[in-house]
Design a protein around this ligand. Structure first.
Ligand SMILES: C[S@@+](CC[C@H](N)C(=O)[O-])C[C@H]1O[C@@H](n2cnc3c(N)ncnc32)[C@H](O)[C@@H]1O
Length: 295
């Protein structure tokens, strides 16, 4: 696993890639010449940490909630800011495919997927309970349920206290305090959940298939029959995005799984779910699978 990026970025790939010329222009201090030498890489990472609030999140908090939330809000300076941060460079990163795909995933979940399933469950005036596993601040859930005027509530499972504090502020701003409950715990340790629609978004992307399967099965065991779980994973389209991978792998020393629909379906079946549908957000960088627990 260590320095896996070396294999991928070996040779002239970044020197011939068009996006890198723009990246390079905005960041002339970055040493692209001998970028794979450990000392040079260390200096490059130190430099970029201060230049980009977005890349800084990948470096300092792999799998954290703030990079996606900055992308959802289209605001690289939301909550934390890299000192000496360069807005022009951060805007370049914000508008790059990888970050844009987080925004389109957010919009797709909030405006399309979640409302569609909420409407299915609200038939006959039934109130709907959402759960989000590894919710971050729960910004996506709140944006979706505020349109349903009192018909939805949510349980948000999160271990990071900073995300929970931010989420509580967001709930207050949106008049949702009564509707949102934060559970500060490792969600895999909880035995029983009560929800109609569960979200597992941005959690299994870096996990091996066996770990992802175990995580999904842990939720499956504790959830009610008839409830659905929406699972997202980085997709097999993402590896084509050289600059995105450079940011994640070279800068962040972090690795994602690139799953196609067959691999997604296999995960669901092996954790006992029935697949209802497998979709993609408009950029196609993320698969979104809806699965149900049957009798
Ligand atoms: C990449 S963020 C995704 C946040 C949100 N779901 C979204 O899509 O924007 C992953 C979040 O899951 C939380 N997390 C990861 N594993 C967890 C676990 N086992 N129990 C509770 N929270 C977890 C992390 O603290 C982090 O805030």
């Amino acid at each position: 696993m260590k320095e896996k990026w070396k294999k991928w970025f070996a040779g002239s790939l970044i020197k011939t890639n068009k996006e890198f010329s723009e990246f390079q222009k905005l960041l002339p201090e970055f040493n692209f010449l001998n970028y794979s030498e450990p000392e040079i890489r260390k200096k490059n990472i130190e430099l970029i940490k201060h230049k980009s609030s977005l890349i800084r999140e990948v470096i300092l908090n792999k799998g954290g909630w703030l990079l996606p939330e900055k992308a959802y809000r289209k605001d690289p300076t939301h909550l934390t800011m890299a000192d000496m941060h360069d807005r022009e460079f951060d805007d370049f990163v914000l508008n790059h495919n990888f970050t844009t795909s987080l925004f389109t995933r957010f919009k797709f979940i909030v405006n399309d997927l979640l409302p569609r399933y909420i409407n299915k469950f609200t038939q006959n005036g039934k109130k709907v309970k959402i759960a989000s596993f590894g919710s971050g601040s729960g910004f996506d859930v709140m944006e979706a349920i505020k349109k349903f005027n009192g018909f939805c509530s949510a349980d948000l499972y999160e271990i990071d206290p900073v995300a929970i504090e931010a989420g509580k502020r967001c709930a207050k701003e949106n008049n949702l305090i009564e509707k949102i409950k934060f559970i500060r715990n490792d969600f895999t340790k909880i035995k029983n959940y009560k929800f109609d629609i569960g979200l597992l978004i941005g959690i299994i992307c870096p996990l091996s298939d066996s770990l992802a399967k175990k995580t999904m099965h842990d939720i499956y065991k504790g959830m009610p029959v008839g409830s659905v779980l929406i699972v997202s994973s980085s997709s097999d389209r993402m590896p084509d995005d050289t600059l995105g991978r450079f940011i994640i792998e070279y800068c962040g020393d972090w690795y994602l799984q690139f799953r196609d629909s067959i691999r997604m379906e296999k995960l669901a079946k092996q954790s006992d779910f029935k697949v209802l549908e497998i979709l993609e957000e408009p950029m196609k960088y993320h698969k979104l699978m809806v699965c149900v627990k049957q009798d």
